[in-house]
Design a protein around this ligand. Structure first.
Ligand code: SAM
Length: 280
């Protein structure tokens, strides 16, 4: 879809050369340069005309330009100061569409920068991908102001987010994502699509919030799953025994206490949490 690129927009490789954006491993910099692929990622949340987007880690601006081309109003946060002039140049091609924040995505709240609802997209730096996802899925206000997350992860992490019980990927992250969102793999991305190529394959996960299950707090759910998956090979009667009331909760919910963490469904974890919070 190169025809969609405004004619004066320079190729990404030129942007990288012009601004000296040699990939910095410590910042998780693996850039995507294929404009067609970037347009497909930008299309995951749906029609973006005049829609607010928050993007983490724009780097040289590949995904950013795809979002801008789609007509989105984009706010980006980038930690690497070298990228800021490149992004400012990109902004000049799309007047009033791009706001650039130089900073650390772990320390900022997108809702402080955007009025109303927005979608979050990122080709995430792998070293902070899980931490950011946990932060966004743990927001107090639910449904949150974000309408969806479209996030690139290394394949193993993507699998953990969407995993169902009885699989080796099923984990605390699966339960955190599943208790109040629908998550699925929207696209697999071959490692050769990145410059430089990482060792691992990647996938974009699309996450859409759903209603919070009533009467369950994240703190209780997290406490149970931390204990259960902290000793995932142990039976629940062992792994949960230090949580006051947990063994009683298993019994009250007809959950066999000789089972292990990975066979318990998200609904059962929710029931256990609810019981502990409203214990008779
Ligand atoms: N979006 C670009 C692309 O798709 O080609 C770059 C993606 S690269 C995998 C990750 C980007 O996140 C890099 O530009 C890196 O500098 C930036 N980054 C790393 N840590 C960050 C942080 N804590 N906050 C904001 N940006 C960060």
């Amino acid at each position: 879809m190169r025809n969609n690129i405004p004619p004066q927009l320079p190729p990404l490789r030129e942007v990288i050369a012009k601004y000296g954006l040699d990939a910095n491993k410590a910042l998780g910099q693996n850039f995507l340069l294929d404009e067609q692929l970037l347009d497909r990622i930008a299309a995951i949340p749906g029609d973006l005309k005049n829609i607010n987007i928050f993007e983490v880690g724009p780097g040289p601006g590949g995904l950013t330009r795809a979002l801008l081309r789609a007509g989105a109003i984009v706010t980006v946060v980038e930690r690497d100061a070298r990228c800021i002039p490149a992004l400012e140049e990109l902004s000049s091609y799309f007047p009033n569409q791009l706001t650039i924040i130089e900073g650390d995505a772990l320390k900022i709240n997108p809702s402080d920068y955007i009025d109303g609802e927005y979608h979050l997209l990122s080709n995430l730096p792998y070293n902070i991908g899980s931490a950011l996802t946990v932060k966004w899925l743990s927001e107090q206000q639910w449904p949150p102001r974000w309408l969806s997350l479209s996030l690139m992860f290394q394949k193993e992490v993507a699998n953990r987010i969407v995993a169902k019980p009885n699989s080796k990927s099923y984990s605390r992250l699966s339960i955190l994502a599943g208790w109040r969102s629908d998550a699925h793999i929207a696209m697999k991305v071959h490692r050769s699509a990145f410059t430089p190529s990482p060792k691992v394959m990647s996938a974009v996960v699309h996450i859409v919030p759903k209603d919070n299950p009533a009467g369950v707090s994240l703190a209780t759910l997290e406490n149970i799953t931390a204990h259960a998956f902290g000793q995932r090979r142990k039976m629940l009667r062992q792994s949960l025994k230090s949580i006051k009331g947990a063994l009683e909760a298993l019994k009250a919910n007809d959950i066999d206490d000789t089972l292990r963490a990975e066979v318990i469904t998200i609904e059962q974890y929710i029931e256990l949490s609810r019981y502990l919070e409203y214990k008779p």
